[in-house]
Design a protein around this ligand. Structure first.
Ligand code: URA
Length: 482
């Protein structure tokens, strides 16, 4: 018997058919599931259409339904059959799921674990790229999950970035959030993983318009598609299905999830601090290690960890507080408004940012959700302490001549204690050996302080900040002078 499912993740279709089959005691080895029009070994065998209204006496434990929902997302072609086998057995063995050593159950558990793992990876590794367009900024990412998890993970990204417009393109599916609703469509094939430039072009000329449900016009959009992209995608059936597949049911599901209450941010007792072993720097190795850091709870709500970046041979190291909203999305420190101000001040102080190592005391973004906005929250002492080993590993790797601590959190991380900033700014602190402080330190204000001060004092405060950075420049220059 061949049965047809509407999509790779058609759980409802599978459930309805599986109940119908089970009610007729059709053995698992007589059933083959095929996904909506996909080529099948049994192409000559007609698919069976079950009566939609057929009732079913098959009752299964709730835990099985939950398990099946996850297992359906697995890439294995055998998943629907494996689920049906267990469903049939559950009729006579109601406690079957408790038998973790049963081969059928074990197989489903493995599928479940792999899907969940893939979801966690996607949460942690999607990297957004900011694209400025006519309708403002969007964030676009390309990512290749192993299993069919785009719909299942969309809620996570909606909750995290409710206030931004973004798209995640994957080889199979794409998901777009326009600030109000979510739309799913076809993907960008793995063979043509777009480079950053192509990603930008794609967004500007294609996805941004096609995903506006009010304005879907396939032919027009196809005309807008950059030629260079089509030449790389000879087999890509990108256009038609995208518009056709706008999946409102999934959209409602995600919207409902987005409204669900969130867990609180209250810090829990910190796990023991794991001392990082990798070399520091903005390398992927450091990023991967950081993304696995569970020393404090901040990882849970952040998109990703944001490692320091800059040359390991840098003579100057700047330490900020923690990544902000934009840094959390981009995975890079100081790229948002405070970063832009910092860049300007560095330039005025004669410092080339590309020669500086820039990092933060805390590597995950801590925030509070206010509607759709993620409002910065100051890291707690526990969180600064939990991240300290990462900071130290960076100092050990870079061994800068001077560390500039930007603001109170950085001062605490760098000096291991609080120090009034305004009274101590602009002088280089030579730490004693007993203090355990690594390197010479200059303290100054955080650039976001300059964004908050009263407008009438802003210029003067900014000038003082540039003066502090100039002191750093001179200090480094004097140490180099013959
Ligand atoms: N503020 C910081 O302290 N660090 C960043 O990376 C961005 C804003």
């Amino acid at each position: 018997m061949q049965l047809e499912l509407a999509s790779e993740i058609d759980f409802d279709g599978w459930r309805q058919q599986a109940r119908w089959l089970a009610a007729r005691s059709i053995p698992a080895h007589d059933v083959h599931w095929r996904i909506n029009g996909a080529a099948s070994l049994l192409d000559e065998v007609p698919t069976v259409a079950i009566e939609k209204s057929s009732s079913s006496e098959t009752r299964v434990p709730r835990a099985f339904v939950e398990l099946a929902r996850t297992v359906v997302l697995h890439r294995s072609a055998d998943r629907f059959a494996a689920l049906y086998r267990v469903l049939l057995r559950l009729r006579n063995e109601p406690r079957l799921l408790e038998l973790d050593v049963d081969p059928d159950v074990m197989r489903l558990r493995i599928f479940e674990r792999q899907v969940k793992h893939d979801e966690h990876r996607m949460h942690a590794y999607v990297r957004f790229r900011k694209v400025d367009g006519e309708r403002g900024a969007h964030f676009v990412a390309w990512y290749a999950p192993e299993h069919h998890i785009v719909e299942a993970t969309a809620g996570f990204f909606v909750r995290r970035f409710a206030g931004q417009r973004w798209a995640i393109l994957t080889p199979e599916r794409s998901v777009v959030w326009d600030g109000n609703g979510v739309t799913f469509g076809d993907g960008v094939p793995r063979a043509a993983a777009p480079t950053d430039d192509v990603l930008e072009d794609l967004w500007r000329t294609y996805y941004a318009s096609i995903f506006n449900p009010a304005r879907v016009n396939v032919r027009v959009t196809q005309g807008h598609m950059p030629k260079k992209f089509w030449s790389q995608l000879p087999e890509a059936q990108l256009i038609e299905p995208l518009a056709a597949a706008a999946n409102t049911r999934a959209g409602q599901m995600v919207a409902a999830e987005a409204a669900a209450p969130r867990r609180s941010h209250a810090p829990r007792p910190s796990a023991p601090i794991a001392v990082p072993t990798a070399d520091s720097g903005a390398g992927n190795e450091q990023r991967d290690l950081l993304n696995h850091c569970r020393n404090c709870p901040l990882w849970e709500h952040a998109t990703q960890a944001v490692p320091g970046e800059g040359p390991l041979a840098a003579r100057l190291m700047l330490v900020g507080e923690q990544p902000g909203d934009q840094e959390d999305i981009a995975g890079r420190p100081f790229v948002g408004p405070a970063g832009q101000l910092l860049d300007r001040a560095l330039k005025e102080a004669g410092i080339d940012r590309s020669e500086v190592y820039v990092t933060n005391a805390v590597k995950h973004f801590k925030y509070e959700l206010r509607g759709k906005r993620r409002l910065h929250k100051k890291p707690a002492e526990l969180e600064i302490a939990a991240c300290h080993a990462w900071y130290e590993s960076e100092v050990d790797a870079v061994r800068p001549d001077l560390i500039v601590a930007l603001g109170a959190t950085a001062v605490r991380a760098v000096l291991g204690r609080a120090l009034p900033i305004l009274a101590n700014r602009g002088t280089v602190i030579e730490p004693t050996t007993e203090s355990g402080v690594k390197g010479r330190v200059l303290v100054t204000v955080h650039p976001s302080y300059l964004l908050r001060v009263l407008p009438e004092t802003r210029d003067a405060e900014y000038a003082k900040f540039v003066d502090d950075l100039k002191i750093a420049t001179r200090y480094i220059r004097d140490r180099t002078a013959p």
